[in-house]
Design a protein around this ligand. Structure first.
Ligand code: UDP
Ligand code: MN
Length: 341
């Protein structure tokens, strides 16, 4: 009897073994993945960055649901549902004409901004009028944008022989951007949004914009390759507040950081009337003079995992070698004739 049972069992196993293998495999995948996920949850809490990304994904899903319903009954004014939309990040970029300008605007800014939802790019040319190149560039960029111009008076312009730090750059252009925002929201007491000042030669990561999206007053993070050091960064105390600054040059500035290291809540900026950058702020104190009008150090919101991650680099681009172009120009030849670069 015993050997008969064994025989039947063996036959059954022979018949079903393939299914058994598949079942064991599926169970292993299921439980393996499950343990992996739960293991992650219990041991490492999600970083601030991934929490912000998840928040954005949820907000976008809500927007999709909402937009679907708006499509059904399309006479609802936007302000009735604006609370479920992501706060728009208004990025203000001063820029000026030079051979590498389009390359900078393309690679350093447009290519990144295209990956960021709800971003409105305010490009302010340091010029007496808007250029055709920047107009065409913005029109074909696929980005929500505003194109302005504001020229810097000659006495404030850097001369070729001047060191870079001699004169402030981009100040009047950033202010033109702020004024445009003031007039756009003149009838809105509490507009939702975030303002970020992005120079046209820095290097930005997509993550930076996830970080700043949720800015109640002023958020801050490290900036690399600036002020003569590898990283300038706010130091965060155990209470989660900025306690001091790690910087090489003038670390005792009230806000020892670069323009690329902070974002401001739109309502905070607009509700403090007349807050702008000052063309005559002491050299290197542009950021401090501006921020002192808006906030105290304790109120800053440290982002990028309590200012331990780098998401922006204060890069500078090498001047292109145009010796041959200059030689050709002297004999009336221009390699850029009939072509835009
Ligand atoms: N900029 C400008 N006009 C100028 C020089 C610079 O509008 O005459 C802009 C420039 O395109 C950049 C910002 O101002 O977006 C800061 O200039 P730059 O990058 O030269 O200064 P940095 O901070 O690197 O010393
Ligand atoms: Mn720069």
């Amino acid at each position: 009897m015993g050997s008969l049972n064994l025989y039947i069992l063996k036959r059954r196993i022979r018949k079903w073994w393939k299914y058994l293998v598949v079942l064991i495999f599926l169970l292993a995948v299921y439980f393996g993945g499950f343990f992996h996920i739960t293991g992650n949850i219990s041991t490492t809490p999600p970083s601030e960055h991934s929490r912000n990304t998840m928040k954005e994904v949820f907000a976008l899903r809500r927007q999709i649901r909402l937009l679907k319903s708006v499509l059904k009954q399309y006479s609802i004014p936007e302000k009735e549902y604006s609370d479920v939309l992501l706060p728009v990040i208004y990025v203000i970029t001063p820029t000026y004409t030079r051979p590498q300008q389009k390359a900078e605007l393309t690679s350093r800014l447009k290519s990144v901004f295209l990956h960021v939802p709800a971003l409105h790019w305010i490009v302010v040319e340091d010029a007496p009028k808007k250029s055709q190149m920047v107009s065409n560039f913005l029109e074909s960029s696929g980005l929500t944008h505003t194109h302005l111009h504001q020229s810097t008076p000659q006495e404030w312009k850097l001369k070729d022989s001047d060191p870079k730090w001699r004169k402030p750059r981009g100040v009047l252009q950033r202010n033109a951007g702020i004024r445009w925002l003031r007039s756009k929201f003149a009838h809105d007491a509490n507009p939702r949004g975030v303002v970020y000042f992005a120079d046209d030669d820095n290097t930005y990561s997509v993550e930076l914009f996830h970080e700043m999206r949720d800015t109640h007053k002023v958020s801050v993070w490290p900036v690399a390759l600036v002020g003569g050091v590898l990283v300038e960064r706010p130091l965060v105390g155990s209470n989660g507040q900025v306690s001091s600054w790690l910087a090489g040059w003038k670390a005792d500035r009230p806000f020892a950081m670069d323009m690329a290291g902070f974002a401001v809540n739109l309502s905070l900026l607009l509700n403090k009337s007349g807050v702008e950058f000052s063309i005559d702020a002491p050299i290197g104190f542009q950021e401090s003079v501006f921020l002192e009008k808006l906030i105290t150090q304790e109120e800053l919101e440290p982002k990028a995992d309590l200012c331990t991650k780098v998401y922006v680099w204060h890069t500078r681009t090498e001047q292109p070698d145009l010796k041959q172009e200059i030689r050709l120009n002297k004999v009336g030849k221009h390699t850029d004739e009939g072509i835009e670069l």
